[in-house]
Design a protein around this ligand. Structure first.
Ligand code: SAM
Length: 479
């Protein structure tokens, strides 16, 4: 996958596309975006209407398990690779193809990057700039190594090592698509967005429905860059050939963007190695359930001088079991910027704090499925106060403040990775700040607990689960 001569390899690739039957609209061209830090991309070279076919790709030109398995030397190898998680199977096949002299995909593999800047390639010093961002725990470097040892090493292939595995796996994470395996029924307007997603692991994401899909490297389709809501094209899989179509009119000279999803910048950096300000609205900050449990085991001091007494481990566990039974116990809770789709603090987190505050009498009532007495304003205020404290503690874990980070970002000597990491952690701190402000408003309202619909609820709550049907408590455990 060397990148000797940018324009020569691009031109070889374009000839290869033609040989493989890829049809390109005369209205588009591959473009050199290296100056802007985006590698190759595709632009419009004439005005394009909405729903125009920009290019079409025969399924035979796609690099996936179906198109490569039969060329493997032994049946045993075919079986072993077919049984691997799909990202690992595709990684293995790409490693095999990239080391073959006679690969059908040689001209395509040559233009793939030698290395991305995704988090798997960052060293400890680079990662330290992310401070307490939970994205650091999601990089999966060790997991990829373990899976390599378990599945790939026994194949006994020459010239393979974990370095190559990381390189190819990270390309798959940033470039692959999950496409419907068989031709869908006529009339079904199947589309897919970059990039491949797989339920087996978080190296690739889940595309969210039950249809049978296959993780695939799709030449040219994967040359489209993305910039959040600036997407103007989409891959459609409802014909024999895969088609990249415009989803809005595109003016000559504009870049053609795919949709990588509404990702927080932390995930964008982890998977793709870049960030842009356009993704800032999708930033999230996480708070772990473990930190909430341990805070309740310690107890809370309140602003009016009273306190919430500590719970025993057993009491915390019994309340969490109930939260689990009610379907809102999670390992961690995502806080987001408030939007027309929802507030910053998820209902599930509010519900968990509420449950942890319940006195034994009301806890038993809920366990037995009995109604409990009506909610009091003081309960809501208390939940707000505790959430504020929990979120403030979470913010302190980052080690620097929003103001500190803004000043640091002005330093001219920052490395590119440090700049990106600081923007990510700053984005998370802003989300936390918004969530703390929101928790503070609980004191002014007894309507944030979601048992009842209230005028403060967003009109459309499309992305959220239905409100948690909470019975409310009469007394709380404050002393
Ligand atoms: C699917 S590939 C797109 C093609 C890629 N530009 C190339 O030259 O091969 C995804 C990669 O493109 C780059 N990329 C995509 N969109 C970008 C953007 N808006 N800004 C910077 N880099 C971008 C990142 O390196 C990302 O991992």
């Amino acid at each position: 996958m060397a990148q000797d001569s940018f324009h020569e390899t691009t031109s070889d690739f374009l000839s290869w596309l033609q040989e493989k039957g890829v049809q390109l609209s005369p209205n588009i061209a591959v473009h050199d975006f290296r100056q802007e830090g985006r590698g190759r991309g595709v632009i419009a070279i004439a005005d394009i209407q909405e729903d125009e076919v920009l290019f079409s790709i025969p399924r035979s030109a796609v690099l996936n398990l179906n198109n490569t398995i039969s060329a493997l030397p032994t049946e045993a190898m075919q079986e072993t690779i077919s049984a691997m998680p799909s990202w690992l199977a595709l990684t293995t096949l790409m490693m095999i193809e990239s080391l073959r002299g006679d690969s059908n995909w040689a001209s395509y593999l040559t233009i793939l990057p030698e290395k991305l800047d995704s988090l798997i390639f960052w060293n400890t010093e680079d990662l330290a700039h992310l401070q307490a961002s939970t994205v650091v725990q999601k990089i999966g470097r060790d997991k990829a190594g373990e899976m390599f040892a378990q599945y790939v090493a026994p194949l006994g292939l020459a010239n393979y090592d974990t370095g190559l595995l990381h390189r190819v796996a990270s390309i798959i994470m940033a470039y692959a698509f999950d496409i419907p395996e068989e031709k869908p029924n006529d009339g079904a307007n199947e589309t897919t967005s970059a990039n491949g997603e797989d339920e087996d692991d978080d190296l690739v994401l889940d595309n969210g429905d039950d249809e049978k899909t296959i993780l695939s490297m799709i030449p040219l389709a994967d040359m489209l860059n993305a910039d959040a809501d600036r997407n103007n094209a989409r891959l459609c899989c409802d014909h024999e050939d895969l088609e990249m179509r415009s989803i809005k009119p595109i003016t000559s000279g504009e870049e053609i963007f795919n949709d990588y999803g509404q990702l927080p910048r932390s995930d964008l950096l982890r998977r793709y190695g870049f960030i842009t300000e356009q993704y800032a609205p999708y930033d999230v900050a996480e708070i772990s359930t473990e930190s909430i449990k341990s805070a309740f085991e310690t107890g809370f001091s309140l602003s009016n001088g009273s306190c919430v007494e500590p719970l025993s481990k057993l009491e915390v566990e019994s309340r969490c079991d109930l939260a689990d039974r009610e379907g809102f116990l999670e390992d961690s809770y995502d806080l987001a910027h408030p939007s027309p789709d929802g507030l910053s603090i998820p209902d599930e987190l509010v519900a968990l704090v509420y449950l942890l505050l319940l006195n034994d009498e009301n806890l038993d009532s809920i366990k037995n499925g009995n109604p409990i007495s009506s909610r009091s304003k003081i309960a809501t205020e208390l939940v707000g106060q505790l959430l504020t404290q929990l979120l403030q503690r979470r913010a302190v874990e980052y080690g620097t403040t929003i103001e500190d980070d803004k000043i640091t970002l002005q330093q001219a000597t920052l490395s590119d990775r440090a700049q990106k990491a600081i923007q990510v952690r700053l984005g998370e701190k802003k989300v936390l700040k918004g969530a703390i402000d929101e928790a503070n408003t609980f004191a002014a309202s007894n309507k944030r607990l979601r048992g009842n619909a209230t005028s403060q609820e967003p009109a459309a709550n499309k992305k959220r689960k239905p409100p948690i049907k909470f019975q409310t408590m009469k007394k709380n455990r404050t002393t």
